[in-house]
Design a protein around this ligand. Structure first.
Ligand SMILES: Nc1nc2c(ncn2[C@@H]2O[C@H](COP(=O)(O)OP(=O)(O)OP(=O)(O)O)[C@@H](O)[C@H]2O)c(=O)[nH]1
Length: 947
C-alpha cells in the first residue's frame, strides 16, 4: 500500500505524498476490518489485517489517488502498469466508485465485495476514516474500485467543496456509482443522502448534459436492512425522492425537459446488518458480487452504455486532467477532455512507435551511406511501415476516432517522409553506380575498337556502323554508348522498382532525368577522348609509311628540302582525311553538345562544328608526327651519318657514282675542301623546318598558308575535351639548336678528316711500292750468285729447304707471325747493338751521356709527349737554354723519321694528331710531308685544331 506505513500494533498512518504526509491524521481507532467468514469470493488476499502486519508500503496495491489536499497522485500510471497490470488492457477494465455519508460502512462493503484493503473505522467510533479518494484493483477482476471520502463529515464542517468535487470526479470516470445509505435514512427527503444525490444530479448535468454518450448506473445499497419492508418498496421510495430532486433541480433551459432516466439507470439492493446478521450480510454481498463480476448474469452492472471510452493506457492521464479541471473550477467538458486525452495519448503512442522505426531507418541508412544498393529495400520499407502503423493502431485506435485517424495519417506521412530519404539515397547510389558502370564498360569497349577494321568495314558497309554494329560485329562508338546507356537506364529502373513502397509509389522521373544528364556529360567526355584516341591511333598506324617518305626526302637533302617535306605532309593529310571523316560520321550524334546553347542544340550544325575542330586537330596531330619524325631522323647519330654520307658521296665517288681510286696526281685537298663544305652546309639546312617555301608553292599556300588550317575560323562551341594546340606562328621550327649544331659539326669534321687521311694514306702506300725495273736489275746482278747456288749441292739443299719452308709458311698464312718474330728479333738486336754502341761511345766521350738519355726519354714521350712532366724534366736536366740549343743543333733524319712514324701510328686518336702538329713541324722535309697528312681542318668553332 503506497500511502500507509506501519505505526504501532495494528495502526497505520497515511504516507504516500511527502508534501502532505504530515497532515495525515494518525488514527489509532482505525482497524482493518475484513470479513471473518469467507463467502466464496476470491480468497487470494489475506483476511487478516494485511497492512498491519507488514512494514513495506509497496507491498500493497492500494493507492491514495487524491489526498485531502486535493492533490492528484502521479503514481497512478505506474500503478496501472506495475501493480494493477491493467495498462495494456485497452477498454477491458471497469470502474466503480462508492459515495455515501461518512462512516456508513462503505470501505467495509468494498473490502468484502472486492477483496480490497481500504481502511475501516474501528467499531464504536464515528470518525472519518477515508480521506481523499483511494483506488484499488478488485481481486482477480479488471475492476478498479474507488473509495471516496464520506459526505457530511464533521471534519470538513460546512465545507462541501471536496464532497462536490469528489462526486463530480466519480461521475466522470465511474460507470457504476454505488450509493451507500442506511435503511433508516430511506424516506428522509431532507436527510444527508438527498443532499448528496442532488449534488450528483447537478454535476451530472454539467458533465454529460451536452454529450449524452454514456449513462451512469446508480447502484443503491441499503444497509442494515432489518425491517420487513422489502427492498423494492424501499427502492420505490428512494426513486420517488430522486425524481422529486430531479424535478426541483434548477436545470439550464436546454435541459429543462430531460428526464432523470435519460442520464441514469437506477438499481436497488439491500444488505443485512453486518454486526447483527453477519451471515446474511455476507450472503447479500455475494449476490452483489455476482452483479459486478458475472457478465452473463442478468443483473450485470458493467453494460456498454456506461462505458467511459477511455483506454487503460490513457486512464491515469485522463484522471489527472479531469481532476485538474475540477480542482481549478474550470468547465469540465468531458468530450473535450477525452479528445484532448486522445490527442495526448496518440501523440505519445506516435512518438513511442517512432523510436523503433527510427532505429531501423538509421540502420538501413548507414548501409546506404556506405554506397550499397540494397536489393530488398522496397519490401523492407513496406514491412517497416506496416509494423509501425500497426503498433500505433493497436494502442491508439481506442481513442477518439477522429483524433486517431488524424494522428495515424500524420504518422504515415512522417514514416513515408523518412523512408523517402532512404529511397532517394538509394537511387542516388544507383545513379552513381549506373554512371560509373556506363563509363567503365564504355571505356573498355572503346579501347577494343580497331580503327583499321572499322575503316574497311565502313568502306564496305557505309551505313553499318552508324546503326550500331556492322554485320561483322565490329564495335563502334555509337553502338557502345547506346547499348551501355540502355543498360544503365534499365538498371536504374530495376533499382527503382525494388526500392519503391507500393503505397507511396514515389515518382522517379527526376532521378531518370538526373541519370540521363550524368550519362550525357560522360558521353561528351567519352566522345572527345574517343576522337582524340582515334586520331592518334590513325597517325600511329600510318607513321611507318609517312616516316619512310620523310626519311627519303631528308636523306636525299635536296635544295628545296623543306618544300618537299611539307608537300609530303599535305599529301599524307589528304590521303588520311577521308578515313577521318568516315570514322567521325560513324560516331553518330551522341555526346555532341553545344556548350553555349545545350537545350537547343542542333545536331547538324554541331556535327559540322565538331568536324571542323577534328580536322584542325588532326592536321595538328599529323604535323606533330612530322615534327617527331624529323626530330628522330635528325638526331645526333643520324645527322652525323648524313653529313659523312654527303662527304663520301662527293669525295670518294666520281660524279657517275664509281668509287674513286686516288693517285698521286689527284688534287685530294681541293676535293676534300669542296666535299667538306657541301657536307657541313647540310647542317643549317637540317637544323630547322623552314616555312619560307610556303609563300612560293601554290599548294602549300592554300593549305598551310591558310590561317584556318590549324585553327578553325568559326568559334567552336561544342563541348569536347579536344583541345587545339597553340602553335606559335613562326616561320621556322627548330630541330637542332645552334649549340648542338656546333658540337655535331666538330664530330663530323673529325670523321671527315679520317676519310681524308685514309685517302692520303692510300696514295703514300702506293708510292712506297718497289718499282718493276728493280726486279730486272736484281735478276741481272744476282745471276752469278743464283747459278752458284744451283750448282752447289749444299746451297741448293739450303735453298730448297728455305723455299719449302717459305711455301709452307705462305700456304698456312703464317707470314704475319713469322715476320713479327723476325721483326722483334731484329729490333732487339738493333737495340742491343745500339746500346752497346752508345755505351762504347760514352766510355770514350762522357759529354754525349745526356743525349742518350734524351733519346730514351723521347721514346717515352710517345705515350705523353706533351706532358708538362716531360718539359719539366728536360728543363731540370738541360737548363733554360736547352730547347734553343736543340733547335739550332737539330736531330738526325733517322730520328725525326722514327718520331714522325710513331706519331702517325698514333694519329688515329686526337691526342696523336695534336702532338704531331706541335712537335714535328720544322724538323725535316719528311716531317713536313707528315704534317700535311695529320693537320686538322680549320674549324668555325675556333678550337685548338685551328692552329
Ligand atoms: N451498523 C453497521 N455498522 C457497520 C456495518 N458495516 C460496517 N460497520 C461499521 O461502521 C463503521 C464504519 O465503517 P467504515 O467501513 O469505516 O465506514 P465508512 O463509510 O467507510 O467510513 P468513512 O470512510 O469514514 O466515511 C465501522 O466501525 C464498522 O464496523 C454495517 O453493515 N452495519
Amino acid at each position: 500500500m503506497d500511502s500507509l506505513i506501519e505505526d504501532s500494533e495494528n495502526s497505520v498512518v497515511p504516507e504516500f505524498n511527502p508534501k502532505v504526509a504530515m497532515d495525515f491524521n494518525h488514527s489509532p481507532e482505525v482497524e482493518n476490518h475484513l470479513p471473518t467468514n469467507d463467502i466464496s469470493l476470491s480468497t487470494s488476499k489475506s483476511k487478516d489485517l494485511p497492512h498491519a502486519t507488514t512494514t513495506d508500503p509497496d507491498s500493497y496495491n492500494m493507492l491514495q489517488l487524491i489526498n485531502e489536499e486535493k492533490e492528484f497522485n502521479l503514481k497512478m500510471s505506474e500503478y496501472m502498469k506495475d501493480r494493477w497490470k491493467l495498462y495494456s488492457n485497452g477498454f477491458d477494465f471497469d470502474v466503480v466508485a462508492i459515495l455515501g455519508s461518512q462512516s456508513t460502512g462503505k470501505s467495509t462493503l468494498l473490502n468484502a465485495l472486492f477483496k480490497t484493503d481500504f481502511d475501516v473505522l474501528r467499531q464504536g467510533k464515528r470518525q472519518q476514516t477515508t480521506k481523499g479518494i483511494w483506488m484499488d484493483r478488485a481481486e482477480n477482476t479488471n475492476i478498479l474500485v474507488m473509495d471516496v471520502e464520506g459526505t457530511d463529515g464533521r471534519e470538513r464542517g460546512e465545507d462541501q467543496d471536496f464532497e462536490r468535487k469528489s462526486a463530480l470526479f466519480s461521475m466522470a470516470i465511474a460507470e457504476v456509482v454505488i450509493v451507500n445509505m442506511w435503511e433508516n435514512m430511506v424516506g428522509l427527503y431532507n436527510g444527508a443522502n438527498m443532499g448528496l444525490l442532488k449534488t450528483v444530479f447537478e454535476v451530472n448535468l454539467l458533465l454529460f448534459g451536452r454529450n449524452r454518450e454514456a449513462k451512469t448506473l446508480l447502484y443503491f445499497v441499503i444497509r442494515d436492512h432489518v425491517s420487513p419492508t422489502s427492498t423494492e418498496i424501499l427502492g420505490s421510495v428512494v426513486s420517488k425522492d430522486l425524481e422529486r430532486i430531479w424535478s426541483e433541480l434548477s436545470k439550464p433551459e436546454e435541459f429543462a425537459n430531460e428526464k432523470l432516466f435519460d442520464y441514469f439507470d437506477i438499481r436497488f439492493t439491500s444488505l443485512s446488518h453486518k454486526l447483527l446478521q453477519e451471515e446474511k450480510f455476507y450472503e447479500g454481498v455475494q449476490e452483489i458480487w455476482k452483479d459486478f463480476t458475472m457478465p452473463r448474469s442478468s443483473g450485470y452492472v458493467f453494460r456498454p452504455e456506461y462505458k467511459r471510452k477511455v483506454p487503460a493506457d490513457g486512464f491515469s492521464r485522463y484522471l489527472e486532467t479531469v481532476w485538474e479541471k475540477i480542482v481549478t473550477n474550470k468547465e469540465l467538458d468531458l468530450p473535450t477532455q477525452q479528445e484532448l486525452l486522445s490527442q495526448y495519448r496518440c501523440d505519445e503512442i506516435l512518438q513511442s512507435v517512432l523510436i523503433p522505426f527510427t532505429q531501423s531507418v538509421d540502420s538501413i541508412m548507414a548501409k546506404i551511406r556506405s554506397g550499397d544498393v540494397i536489393n530488398d529495400l522496397g519490401s523492407t520499407m513496406e514491412k517497416t511501415v506496416n509494423i509501425t502503423i500497426e503498433a500505433f493502431s493497436e494502442q491508439a485506435s481506442r481513442y477518439h476516432k477522429n483524433v486517431y485517424t488524424k494522428k495515424r495519417n500524420q504518422l504515415y506521412e512522417t514514416v513515408i517522409g523518412e523512408l523517402r530519404k532512404l529511397f532517394v539515397s538509394q537511387i542516388r547510389n544507383a545513379i552513381e553506380k549506373a554512371a560509373s558502370q556506363y563509363e567503365s564498360k564504355s571505356l573498355s569497349l572503346l579501347d577494343e575498337i580497331d580503327i583499321d577494321s572499322n575503316i574497311s568495314s565502313l568502306s564496305d558497309e557505309p551505313s553499318g556502323l552508324k546503326k550500331g554494329k556492322t554485320s561483322s560485329g565490329i564495335l563502334s562508338f555509337s553502338s557502345i554508348v547506346e547499348d551501355n546507356r540502355k543498360a544503365a537506364l534499365d538498371y536504374l529502373e530495376t533499382v527503382v522498382k525494388f526500392s519503391n513502397v507500393d503505397s507511396a509509389n514515389w515518382d522517379y522521373q527526376e532521378e531518370i532525368e538526373n541519370l540521363n544528364k550524368k550519362l550525357d556529360k560522360l558521353t561528351i567526355e567519352l566522345r572527345g577522348n574517343s576522337i582524340q584516341r582515334m586520331l592518334q591511333q590513325l597517325c600511329d598506324n600510318r607513321q611507318e609509311e609517312f616516316s619512310g617518305v620523310i626519311s627519303d626526302i631528308l636523306n636525299s637533302a635536296p635544295t628545296n628540302l623543306w618544300e618537299q617535306v611539307l608537300c609530303a605532309y599535305i599529301a599524307q593529310l589528304q590521303s588520311m582525311s577521308y578515313d577521318v571523316e568516315l570514322l567521325i560520321e560513324s560516331m553518330g550524334t551522341r555526346g555532341l553538345c553545344n556548350e553555349s546553347n545545350p537545350d537547343n542544340s542542333d545536331p547538324q550544325s554541331d556535327s559540322k562544328a565538331e568536324l571542323n575542330l577534328i580536322r584542325a586537330r588532326f592536321r595538328q596531330l599529323l604535323f606533330d608526327l612530322l615534327f617527331k619524325i624529323c626530330k628522330e631522323d635528325l638526331n645526333d647519330q643520324m645527322i652525323l651519318y648524313k653529313l659523312r654520307n654527303k662527304f663520301e658521296e662527293k669525295f670518294r665517288y666520281t660524279p657517275d657514282g664509281v668509287p674513286k681510286i686516288w693517285s698521286s696526281s689527284d688534287d685530294i685537298d681541293s676535293r676534300y675542301n669542296i666535299s667538306k663544305k657541301d657536307a657541313i652546309n647540310l647542317l643549317p639546312l637540317y637544323s630547322k623546318i623552314d616555312f619560307s617555301c610556303v609563300q612560293n608553292n601554290v599548294e602549300l599556300q592554300s593549305t598551310l598558308g591558310n590561317k584556318a588550317f590549324f585553327y578553325p575560323e568559326e568559334p567552336i562551341a561544342i563541348s569536347t575535351p579536344l583541345n587545339l594546340k597553340k602553335y606559335s606562328r613562326v616561320n621556322q621550327l627548330e630541330l637542332i639548336s645552334s649549340i648542338k649544331q656546333r658540337e655535331i659539326q666538330k664530330r663530323a669534321i673529325k670523321e671527315i678528316d679520317m676519310l681524308f687521311l685514309d685517302a692520303k694514306r692510300s696514295v703514300v702506300s702506293r708510292q712506297s711500292q718497289i718499282p718493276v725495273w728493280m726486279f730486272g736489275l736484281l735478276v741481272l746482278l744476282g745471276w752469278n750468285e743464283a747459278m752458284a747456288v744451283l750448282f752447289n749441292p749444299i746451297y741448293l739443299i739450303l735453298a730448297i729447304t728455305i723455299g719449302t719452308l717459305g711455301f709452307i709458311v705462305h700456304n698456312l698464312g703464317l707470314w704475319g707471325p713469322v715476320m713479327g718474330i723476325v721483326h722483334n728479333a731484329s729490333a732487339n738486336a738493333t737495340v742491343t747493338l745500339h746500346n752497346l754502341a752508345v755505351y762504347a761511345s760514352n766510355i770514350t766521350d762522357p759529354s754525349k751521356m745526356n743525349r742518350t738519355e734524351e733519346i730514351e726519354l723521347s721514346q717515352m714521350g710517345k705515350k705523353s709527349p706533351s706532358s708538362s712532366s716531360f718539359e719539366k724534366y728536360r728543363n731540370q736536366r738541360e737548363g733554360p737554354n736547352r730547347s734553343l740549343s736543340r733547335s739550332s743543333t737539330g736531330t738526325s733524319s733517322s730520328d725525326s723519321k722514327s718520331s714522325s712514324f710513331s706519331t702517325f701510328s698514333d694519329a688515329q686518336g686526337v691526342d696523336g694528331l695534336e702532338y704531331n702538329s706541335k712537335n714535328t713541324i720544322d724538323r725535316s722535309p719528311t716531317q713536313k710531308s707528315n704534317r700535311t697528312l695529320v693537320s686538322p681542318v680549320p674549324d668555325i668553332s675556333g678550337s685548338d685544331y685551328s692552329d
